[in-house]
Design a protein around this ligand. Sequence first.
Ligand code: TXA
Ligand code: MG
Length: 327
Amino acid sequence: MAASRLTRDVKLAAERLRAGGVVAFPTETVYGLGADAMNVAAVQRVFAIKGRPADHPLIVHVHDAGEIDRWAREIPAEARTLAARCWPGPLTLILKRQPRVPDVVTGGQDSVGLRVPAHPLARELLAAFGGGLAAPSANRYGRVSATRAAHIESELGEAVDLILDGGDCPVGIESTIVSFVNGRAEILRLGSLAPSTIEQILGHAVPVIAGEHASVRVSGRHAAHYAPATPAELVPAEALWPAVRHELDAGRRVAVLHTSVAPEAARAATLIRLPADAAGYGQALYTSLRLADDARVDRLLIEAPPATDAWLAIRDRLARATVGSGG
Ligand code: TXA
Ligand code: MG
């Protein structure tokens, strides 16, 4: 059997990156699949390992906000304000790029995504490496992000040179993406930094542009992203347990992601209970979706969370996880 690729050795991970390797590393949101952003061949390997289309740009992770001028140009004052207030943290800024940034990182666009992650191991790794790390989430294209080192081992296996093991990601939902490419702040992806926080910092409303890939050249739409393999359906809280009962009565194997107490009659289902607060739920969501897949059931029923601001990003991911599988 091949040796495990898991390590806690940051120096070793930085060496691998300098040698053109691909190293998975923890961030506070989800694990990233990193390569030296200036090494075209290394970044190409990231695309190959993920099975990701070549025109989907990658986020460049840097150690601190002072580095953004090396990657981006014509940076608006509001972008600098957000960087100063939210970094290190779950915010990605899309800015006009410096010409030196390789096309393979930006998908050939005139923009670049930048983020300063807050996870201590990511920060140590960036400090030891000394450059920018181009890194998408460490999962196969279209699947849910990895929030635990073992997820990466089982999904991407030996294609990855090293996995820096930081335990479970504390946030569990990807960063919020704010683009300044159209001359004003626009949210391209809902994430763990709330739109209301961004609006408070900037002092005005910030539009949420529907669709993560709205301003990116891609073939077709990719609503069915962040998806479990099991057909999944979002069910209003009050209809959940009757729906589970219905599935069981029809002889189907069913898993349930829920926050409310399960009635006795639902015991035959695979019950995966999540915390009832948005932060706890977000942290556990992707692990729970993977658990549901591992249970090899016919259907996954998900209790719809409250329609309040705190749940925006989670509701976005659940909507994507259930695209095309309802009914
Ligand atoms: O929390 C996160 O953001 C995690 C951690 C690892 O940092 N990363 C992550 O990367 O979720 P990824 O590649 O799975 O999602 C990043 C999104 C992609 O949809 C990509 O299209 C978009 O960011 N993006 C990156 N650069 C862009 C650019 N220049 N213009 C528009 N969108 C961009
Ligand atoms: Mg991703």
